[in-house]
Design a protein around this ligand. Sequence first.
Ligand code: ATP
Ligand code: MG
Length: 441
Amino acid sequence: MEGSLADVEGLALPKILSEVIATRPEELLWCVEKIAAAGGGAWLVGGAVRQGMIGKQPNDWDLAVDLEPEQMLEIFPNALATGVRYGTVTLRRGEYLFEATTLRGEGPYGDGRRPDSVSYSKSLAADLARRDFTFNAMAVDLVRELLHDPFEGRIDLANQRLRAVGDPVHRLGEDGLRIMRAYRFLDLGGGILCKPDLSLEKALVTKQYMIDNVSKERVWDEFRRILSGDSVGMIVRRMAGDGLLNRILPGSWHSAESCIAAQRHPCLNGIEVEARLALLLKESEYDSIEEGLRALKMSNAQIATTLTLRRRLGTTPLDQPAGILRRYRAVLGESMVTQLNIDRALANAFDDSREAEFDDFITRISDLPILTAGDKSLVDGLWLMDFTGMPQGRRLGRLKEWIHLLQVERDLGDISEIESLLCTLIWQHGDELSWPRLAWP
Ligand code: ATP
Ligand code: MG
């Protein structure tokens, strides 16, 4: 059983693609053959073909099928009706999930984001024509081993060119999300960078207002993916130059230094997106950043992390004595490594000679023994009330914080040392709000 034949010309699979396709799970072929046995056709589409063409392992194996969702659910009783409204069901076989979307033509786009109506179709050609970029509009017939590439996405890939399917002004005018996607696909991963062709480059500016039709969640989702890529510096500079960044996150975005730093910051530790964002926001007013991040509908945790990293940018106590290092380490805790990484990336953006300073600092702070009494305060409020005769209240609380700071800085190990310390502090008078506390910076 070979299944339906496409209404587009088929080419022999290029070698690189064929090698990646050979790694497809058997479960995928099982699904495709089941569809063929029912008289349907199924093609591998989207990211899997694009990545296969550059020799990258696909993230997911998505299918386009010419059977309608109801038929698919009959053939695959255990499939999930995940997006039946848009023609998508999720097939389950073994440990695998495959999204299968019915071929479709689309009605007009009334809201600037989604088509008003979708109609199922039997035409692969029509389905590929509604896709956004040429290298996303390729399909593979897995049984006959053919590549369908009516818009010559393979040639654009070879030339590292990002080109819209059809007229970019029209296509970006249909769906504003394609603008964010365009910037994302400038970096295809694996060191392959693209340039938009001239007409797309212009349309990205003239149709930029279309981004306002896209939900903030979707914008952030795409932006997040851009921030976690290897070429964040290049993409963000183009977004800033085109004026798009200011539209999605108002602020100051012209610092080449922070773009380079963001690009150099390693993507290793799980909060790289926040770290890079903090770097990119280096020039922006602190107060307006928070508002902007909230408008993007980032989670509270992401916002808090970004703001803290941003506030501490450039505060690494490089030449300070051990006491200050103890304080820095105690306050930053687990975020210290990330903070050090972004500070280092920023310091080195134009000037590698600062590597040594940071190496030196890292050696010093790694060699610093852990605190004798641990991170917690040796004394509690009751003890302090008893010792000083001070009543409960803000003043007592601030004195406790002051003592804790000195305990950390001087690495005090027992209560008798705290008692001697208290004899040297002037806590009986003065404004308690001016007393130092364990904080950074
Ligand atoms: P990745 O999975 O890495 O994000 P992808 O290309 O698979 O890349 P998806 O969002 O999974 O991206 O979409 C699958 C395919 O659907 C795309 O390759 C493209 O052909 C089409 N597509 C997705 N979003 C749009 C859109 N907004 N406009 C037109 N076509 C789209
Ligand atoms: Mg995909």
